[in-house]
Design a protein around this ligand. Structure first.
Ligand code: UFG
Length: 321
């Protein structure tokens, strides 16, 4: 039996594939609009195609014996989703529905879904648990929450089980040094700061200095991509072992860092000084997002293993190569 990884040529997908291939047969489906084939571990079978294309999904389910689908493939930029909502509903909701319908047709009944802290919107508590009300403030967060709701409806009537993983801010690079965080264009804070410190960008902008946080800049909870990858495998094994089904888990470190603190840590690790441009707020950004991951820790024994220094050090090692 194999695992189908949709979006396995993207940042988080490719890191998960690297962990999976040591134990499982893996088929990667990716349309390469934001992913790179070079990120896919050579032990996995790569199929270039779109998960919203029923014929492509048919062929995969007919050719391989698929036990579960890990679904990473999505557009994931908050700002872009505000500018172009239909792109987000088409790709993140519409295409996923095709995949889900095909799973039911072919009796593939385990699904692990990449969701996001953006489903909480502006949270009503400092530390976000899975019980915190969801109220996304941008189309990206709404597109992910829609799929979460669809999964719950499906599990009520079909022979179908799922795990939803709500990531906070994924960061860092694989210990092999072979893969790391790379988007084109790049919009994420840590790679932007590191590229600037390497002289690849003229300056960095801090979006907003008037938030209600300790230093006025946005606070986020950064989690290493390999810790995220391990949570997927634990979730899959928890489902196959009958330990869990139809659960939603937060994945974060439980510690918030402001944009200024991230820049400061990047400067310390690199030994270089940044040129900072303080700019207005970016649309769709909540002030602070910090996770409680107690639920997955209690139910599956997952614990993050990288703190902020280890996360940024791994990213710096990869970027400076
Ligand atoms: N930021 C800057 N300057 C930059 C880039 C980012 O100040 O050049 C700020 C942002 O405004 C934000 C913080 O740094 O306050 C982090 O921004 P990122 O773009 O790195 O990440 P986001 O928090 O916007 O979003 C990420 C994922 C989303 C996910 C979210 C969940 O991209 O998919 O984490 O917390 F929903």
């Amino acid at each position: 039996m194999a695992i189908l990884v949709c979006g396995g040529a993207g940042y988080i997908g490719s890191h998960t594939v690297k962990e999976l291939v040591t134990t499982y047969e893996v088929v990667v489906l990716d349309n390469l609009t934001t992913g790179f084939e070079s990120l896919v571990d050579e032990r996995a079978t790569f199929v270039k195609g779109d998960l919203g294309d029923p014929e492509v999904v048919d062929t995969i389910f007919k050719t391989y014996s698929i036990d579960a689908v890990f679904h990473f493939a999505a557009n994931s930029l908050v700002g872009e989703s505000v500018e172009n909502p239909l792109k987000y509903y088409r790709n993140n909701v519409g295409a996923t529905l095709v995949l889900l319908e095909k799973m039911i047709e072919y009796n593939v009944n385990r699904f692990i879904f990449s969701s996001t802290a953006a489903t909480y919107g502006i949270p009503n508590s400092e530390l976000i648990t899975e019980e915190t009300a969801t109220n996304p403030i941008n189309p990206y967060g709404r597109s992910k929450l829609m799929i979460e709701q669809i999964l719950a409806d499906m599990a009520r009537v079909h022979d179908f089980q799922y795990v939803v993983l709500r990531y906070f801010n994924a960061a860092g690079a694989h210990h092999s040094g072979e893969i790391g965080e790379s988007h084109d264009p790049e919009s994420h804070l840590i790679p932007i700061v590191l590229q600037h410190l390497l002289g690849e960008r003229e300056q960095i902008s801090v979006f907003g200095t008037d938030y209600e946080t300790s230093d006025g800049t946005c606070v986020r909870d950064y989690i290493h991509v390999t810790d995220l990858a391990r949570a997927h495998i634990l979730s899959y094994e928890g489902m196959t072992g009958g330990k869990i089904a139809n659960q939603t888990y937060n994945l974060g470190n439980g510690a918030g860092y402001s944009v200024n603190e991230i820049i400061e840590t990047c400067q310390q690790i690199s030994g270089k000084q940044a040129t900072i441009n303080y700019a207005p707020r970016r649309a769709g950004d909540p002030a602070a997002l910090v996770a409680s991951s107690d639920k997955i820790s209690k139910e599956l024994g997952w614990q993050p293993t990288f703190d902020l220094t280890a996360i940024i050090s791994s990213a710096w090692a990869w970027h400076s190569k």
